[in-house]
Design a protein around this ligand. Sequence first.
Ligand code: HEM
Length: 405
Amino acid sequence: MSNNPGFWGWLNERLPVSNFLKASVTEYYAPKNFNFWYFFGSLALLVLVLQIISGIFLLVHYYSDANQAFDSVQGIMFDVKWGWLVRYIHTTGASLFFVVIYLHISRGYLYGSYRKPRELLWIFGWIIYIILMAEAYFGYVLPFGNMSYWGGEVITAIIGAIPWVGDWLVSIVRGGPGLGGATLTRFMAWHVAFIPLLLIGVIVFHLVALHQVGSNNPDGIEISKNLDANGRPVDGIPFHPYYTVKDIFGVGVFLTLFAVIVLFAPTFWGLIMEYNNYLPANPLQTPADVTPAWYLSPYYAVLRAIPGKGFGIVMLGASIMLPFFLPWLDRCPAKSVRYRPVYFGMLILLAISVVVLGWIGLQPANPALLPPARIALGVYFGFFILLPVISRFEPIRPVPDRVRM
Ligand code: HEM
């Protein structure tokens, strides 16, 4: 019989709820010095939940038939009660997901969170990012507007450049020679079931790995494992209540911003929803400029900057995969940018190169933009090629007493 009466005691005898909460929040010790960059992991979880809930509501009224998909989405916008709100939450959520993820990744670069012992945590994160791009792409095609159609056409055609099996693969992905109902049904299956399941699975590994090694912090110096008289780590504070309160503040600010965009600027001047997608898919009319969503545009710029489709695809793959190897490319004894002035300069150049590529990727094809695109691409690759050498010899600022207590 239980010594611990009541529902809580009954439950805990059957399910380790208390132990789980202790291990993951009330007795999970985190460094004291988290700053605003540490909001974005929990915000990513929040957006994931919002996307799943709004997606399920959209699915109720969506038809994956080539002749009905576009009209069903218009029906959601104009006929279904609150349908416009659910759709705008989903489209805004998709873009803000990437804003949050790019900030979350930037924090990793800034504080060297990818370094030992967090290599696997980083790798799971990078796999999540790749899965997320696929998820966004398949979702983008579903409303079957003219941009969905041509975006779907251009990106699936890229697969055709793979030697020998390319054409066969394209027809597998499209479900036929061109984009149509068979494409929509398989894209829906991937967008709604396969990829979200995969995503959730890898996120679980991401979080388990995080709890195994503990969080890094803005100084990039591991917190002491020494315990105080009460058996608590001397440098750590329990995640709950200290960081749950902080995270709730972040959630409040984020949801306010989210609501402002959804209610006042849902298309965000064509960045969140493109004008051409308010027209139905038309295989006979290519939009004047087929450009991807902003969060994929740097990669599109890479593809256009390289002459030759095959080589372009190799460089595209390399630009996506290079950060995967960061834990082994960076060899500096210090992790955080706070103590690495040269690395700080390199990070700024890297950020500028990504923004320039992203902007160019959103412009109509224009030969005048080739030189800046190639320079930006050179800077991007230069970062990863030079890092192993520079990080060995770069100067390191002394750690202040504040940190070495
Ligand atoms: C749906 C996507 C993701 C979710 C839900 C997620 C969730 C989280 C959470 C809750 C944390 C702990 C809180 C925090 O440190 O902010 C975290 C930490 C971390 N994440 Fe993610 N993450 C995602 C994607 C990524 C990606 C794409 C990367 C990078 C490639 C990444 C790399 C990291 C790293 C390195 C840490 C530890 C940071 C540190 O301790 O300084 N995550 N993640």
